[in-house]
Design a protein around this ligand. Structure first.
Ligand code: 6PG
Length: 239
C-alpha cells in the first residue's frame, strides 16, 4: 500500500488522472483494453472533470476504455444522487466513449434485480470463470470508513461468492448496489482519493492498521500485488 499526501483536492485529482492515463496506455498496449470501475461521492468530481477536460481527453484512447461502476444508489439515472449521472455530467458527456463500452448499474430497478443484472453484465464481459479482474478501481472513503457501498457492520462485507449485491440502507433515503469485497480485492490496481479533515482520523487508523481499523471497510481492501495507491490531501492526512 502506498500513500501519497498532496496539498489539496486539485492535486490528488490531477495525480489520479495521471495514473488513469498512465495505466490506460500500459493496458491498452498489452491487452488492447483498459477496464475501470468508478465510484461516486463528491471527492471524485474534480477527477472526473479533469479526465473529461482538454488536458486528458485527447491523450486517452477512449475506444479501448470499458467503464463499470463500483456502486450505485437505487435511483433513476437522471436523479441528482445517481453515480452514473455524476460521471455522465462531468466525464461521459465530454469524451468519445461509445455506449457499448459503458456498463452502468441500473439504479432504477429494484436493488435485487439491479444487482443480479449487473452480475450478468460482468459475467458477459469478463467470462464466467473466477472473479472479474478490473485493471483499475477508483474508490473513495466515507467519514465512517465505508468504501464502495460496504458500510461498517453490514452483511455485505461478509459476502464471499456474489460479484455485486443489494445494500438496504436504514438511512439515508436510498438503497444501493455494490461490488463485493472479492471483486474489489481482485483488481490489478486500486486508487483511493480521500480529502478533508473530517476523514483524518479514519485515514490514520486504516493506514496504520491499528486495532480500531478493522471496523472500517476501507481497511479490508487488500491486493495480493499491493497495488493500492492512497491519494490523500493534507487535511485528510491530518497535517
Ligand atoms: C458512493 C460512493 C462512496 C463514496 C464515499 C465517499 O456512492 O457514495 O461510491 O463509497 O466514495 O461515500 O464519498 P464523498 O467523497 O462524498 O465523501
Amino acid at each position: 500500500m502506498r500513500a501519497l499526501i498532496l496539498p489539496d483536492l486539485e492535486a490528488i485529482s490531477h495525480k489520479a488522472a495521471e495514473i488513469f492515463l498512465h495505466l490506460s496506455k500500459q493496458y491498452i498496449s498489452s491487452a488492447n483494453r483498459f477496464v475501470v470501475a468508478l465510484s461516486g461521492g463528491t471527492t471524485l468530481r474534480r477527477f472526473y472533470a479533469l479526465l473529461g477536460s482538454d488536458i486528458f481527453r485527447n491523450a486517452i484512447e477512449w475506444s479501448q476504455i470499458h467503464l463499470f461502476w463500483v456502486d450505485e444508489r437505487c435511483v433513476p439515472k437522471e436523479h441528482e444522487e445517481s453515480n452514473y449521472k455524476l460521471a455522465f455530467d462531468l466525464l461521459l458527456s465530454k469524451v468519445p466513449l461509445s455506449a457499448s463500452n459503458i456498463y452502468r448499474i441500473r439504479g432504477e430497478e429494484s436493488p435485487d434485480r439491479a444487482a443480479s443484472e449487473y452480475e450478468k453484465d460482468m459475467l458477459g464481459f469478463f467470462g464466467t470463470s473466477g472473479f472479474p479482474v478490473f485493471d483499475l478501481i477508483i474508490l473513495g472513503m466515507g467519514e465512517d470508513g465505508h468504501t464502495a457501498s460496504l458500510f461498517p457492520g453490514s452483511e455485505s462485507i461478509k459476502e464471499k461468492t456474489r460479484l455485486a449485491m443489494p445494500v438496504y440502507m436504514m438511512k439515508p433515503k436510498f438503497n444501493r448496489v455494490t461490488l463485493t469485497l472479492p471483486v474489489l480485492n481482485n483488481a490489478l490496481h486500486i486508487v483511493f482519493l480521500v480529502a478533508g479533515k473530517s476523514k483524518a482520523h479514519i485515514v490514520k487508523s486504516v493506514l496504520v492498521g491499528d486495532k480500531e481499523s478493522k471496523q472500517f471497510p476501507a481497511s479490508l481492501i487488500n491486493l495480493p500485488n499491493d497495488n493500492i495507491q492512497w491519494l490523500i490531501d493534507r487535511e485528510a492526512a491530518g497535517i
